[in-house]
Design a protein around this ligand. Sequence first.
Ligand SMILES: [Zn+2]
Length: 262
Amino acid sequence: MKLLGGFLLIWVVGILVVELLPKNFTDGWFDGTERIGLSIEQEEKLGEAMLDMVLAGHTLAESERFDSAFSVIQSRLLSQVDSSAYNYKFYLVDDPMVNALTFPGANIVVFTGLVDFCESPEQLSAVLAHEIGHVEEQHVVDKLVAEIGMSILIGVITGGDATVMHDIYKTLASSYFSRLQEQDADEFGMKLLLDSGIDPLALAEFFRKLSEEKADYGEYLEWIMSHPNNDSRVAASENFKVPYTFVPEPFSMDWEQLKSSL
Ligand SMILES: [Zn+2]
């Protein structure tokens, strides 16, 4: 009887704790989506405000030829992302920095410098697949919650304070993902590449090129800032097990010519 009483007490306290938590914290706990943090709508609102900041300082790259190739790459990857809660949007900005940034609400900004750096559409796919991993694994919001705090984030989304929003943007653009988050995103990305019929070793090729050419990677390059000499990360990408039955389907596009259209 005492044991039963104890269980009941724990159960009631447990329910109370869940009830007392802000709604944003409990959304999705019981519907299998495991979302802890912001709702998709809140993420999208935050993402849009941040995008305004990036796009205010940049112009979108204009090349119909490249745009259509870029769409082919995106759809090939996204068609293999199972039941995503997100509506992905990709932006290509004119900037020589070798960079890609992922903002809340599945907004991924790719710099033309990154495209130029990639030796093949497969390498660009590897970078995008990694970024999709950060989105699907909720790393972007986790990072913001850890660095900014949930209450400030919610306040900004509902109140729209431009100064605080700018600080949040800076935090997101200049801080690290954790080593574990990077490994997760790499693993997610390589599986996604495999499912999409793209050789996952393209990620290893990209890493190798990064370590060989210490070019102007830029201050905010998430790829370099996150453990630049992390050999285990490079080794993991090189040792990723590709099933021996796997036959990659190469993109049929003239990559060099596409790049020169930018
Ligand atoms: Zn990353």
